[in-house]
Design a protein around this ligand. Structure first.
Ligand SMILES: Cc1cc2nc3c(=O)[nH]c(=O)nc-3n(C[C@H](O)[C@H](O)[C@H](O)COP(=O)(O)OP(=O)(O)OC[C@H]3O[C@@H](n4cnc5c(N)ncnc54)[C@H](O)[C@@H]3O)c2cc1C
Length: 408
């Protein structure tokens, strides 16, 4: 634990992209913050790293983009390309066609960087390696969150306001009696990390999605030159197959030809890989008493079109905009403030979840003939009439106007 002198005004539970960016914005504006994270560091299970143009712009305005690029925390993604049976069916470039599509951000390095810089401030207290388990309150107010370290040693952290940014499947929803509903998803994913290929030009900067037969492959080169491969499949038993040789031979038989050597040489028993269940849901209401849920904890996103980190960070910017002046003046934050934050964000969340559901369905959920019609006939028609471009623009820039309004 590193510690500030007096008790925090805001306790943030969960040090993912939503929590750490919120901590950054609040501390920069003189607010005392405590961050609670169950992991002892920022290394993560496999997670997406795709950052859209909208968040690249935010990071730039916050003065973080330069550091990201200089310190190797991310690399520019020139474009995202989608192929159906090896035919190109969609290309996403920068917003005006000239700039990059977005960024491939190394989450672990980025979050660790924010934490390191924040730790220089006396306003920032961190409890890494502490799991938040319960809330304690009086009347209409939560006064503290109970946290426990690895040895189950408990302590309580008091604050005026609590932000829950604990990501998908968080048990803290239940602790506060939050109600949610599910949005349908259609497939799960096996993540595999592959070594840097001998042919460096194999995967040009950016993202590639291939729909080949019964499989979906999402691939990109990360900031360390390694290749991230997400493999989704209509019959997912193959992904969960315990026998490595059988899994590898299924992968080799379905992956696009140009990547076969990479898999043959690079995919071994020792490769890092993980089966991830794809989920999508959202809370009926994001807040209760003086507690606000943000990011995946409020609305869990699927990997389709790389939206989750982006929405999570944009939630934090909007929450910070509303809360900073109140916290600076020691004014209470009531339900109306939280309601307004949710209202400002919900349109974008609903639209993106709807898009993820529909696009995800046509990727692997629909019968093959429907997917074929969608990608080879409908998508080109949408392109001709300009709808595809408008749709892609929304994915890249979001549907609401988000801008950080305080000191960055
Ligand atoms: C396979 C896959 C690929 C994806 N690809 C992309 C992509 O390319 N682009 C994109 O934008 N999004 C992508 N996403 C979604 C994205 O990963 C999430 O939407 C994003 O990480 C949400 O950020 P968050 O800060 O809300 O939560 P998280 O990143 O989940 O962070 C939550 C943090 O809270 C901590 N925590 C949880 N419970 C507790 C507790 N009780 N006490 C203390 N700490 C706790 C966790 O350890 C974690 O550090 C993908 C998701 C999946 C599953």
């Amino acid at each position: 634990m590193n510690s500030a002198q007096s008790s925090p005004q805001a306790a943030i539970v969960g040090a993912g992209p939503a929590g750490m960016l919120l901590a950054w914005l609040l501390v920069k504006n003189g607010i005392r913050v405590a961050i609670i994270e169950r992991h002892p560091d920022f290394s993560r299970e496999f997670r997406g790293e795709g950052i859209q143009a909208s968040v690249v712009k935010h990071l730039d305005e916050l003065g973080l983009m330069d550091q990201i690029l200089k310190k190797g925390m991310g690399i520019r993604a020139e474009a995202a390309r989608v192929f159906f049976d090896n035919k190109p069916v969609a290309v996403l470039k920068g917003i005006d066609g000239n700039t990059d599509f977005g960024l491939i951000l190394h989450q672990e390095k980025f979050l660790a960087h924010l934490h390191e810089k924040l730790s220089e401030s006396p306003l920032y207290t961190s409890y890494l390696g502490h799991n938040a388990t319960q809330f304690d309150g009086k009347d209409e107010k939560i006064v503290s969150v109970r946290i426990a370290d690895k040895q189950k040693k408990e302590q309580s952290i008091s604050a005026d306001v609590f932000f829950i940014t604990t990501g998908r499947g968080t048990a803290l929803r239940k602790k506060l009696g939050m109600k949610s509903f599910k949005v349908a998803t259609h497939w799960n994913i096996l993540w595999i990390l592959l070594p840097e290929p001998e042919q460096k030009e194999l995967l040009p900067k950016g993202f590639r999605a291939y729909l080949n037969g019964d499989s979906l492959f999402i691939m990109y080169t990360n900031s360390e030159g390694m290749i991230q491969l997400a493999w989704g499949r209509r019959d997912e038993n193959v992904l969960k197959q315990r026998d490595f040789d059988q899994r590898k031979s299924a992968l080799l038989s379905e992956i696009p030809r140009q990547y076969k050597t990479l898999i043959e040489r690079g995919y071994t028993q020792a490769s890092r890989s993980q089966f991830l269940k794809v989920e999508c849901d959202r809370l009926h209401q994001w807040h209760k008493k003086n507690v606000l849920f943000l990011g995946d904890a409020a609305h869990t996103m699927t990997p389709v079109a790389g939206q989750g980190i982006n929405l999570a960070m944009r939630d934090s910017i909007v929450a910070a905009n509303h809360c900073i002046p109140l916290l600076q003046n020691n004014h209470p934050i009531d339900q109306i403030v939280f309601h307004n934050i949710e209202k400002e964000r919900i349109k974008e969340v609903k639209m993106m979840q709807k898009f993820q559901q529909k696009f995800g369905y046509f990727m692997l959920g629909a019968p093959k003939w429907q997917s074929k019609i969608f990608f080879l006939i409908l998508l080109p028609v949408l392109k001709k009439v300009g709808i595809q471009k408008r749709m892609l623009r929304k994915i890249q820039t979001g549907v609401s106007d988000v801008r950080f309004e305080h000191k960055s």
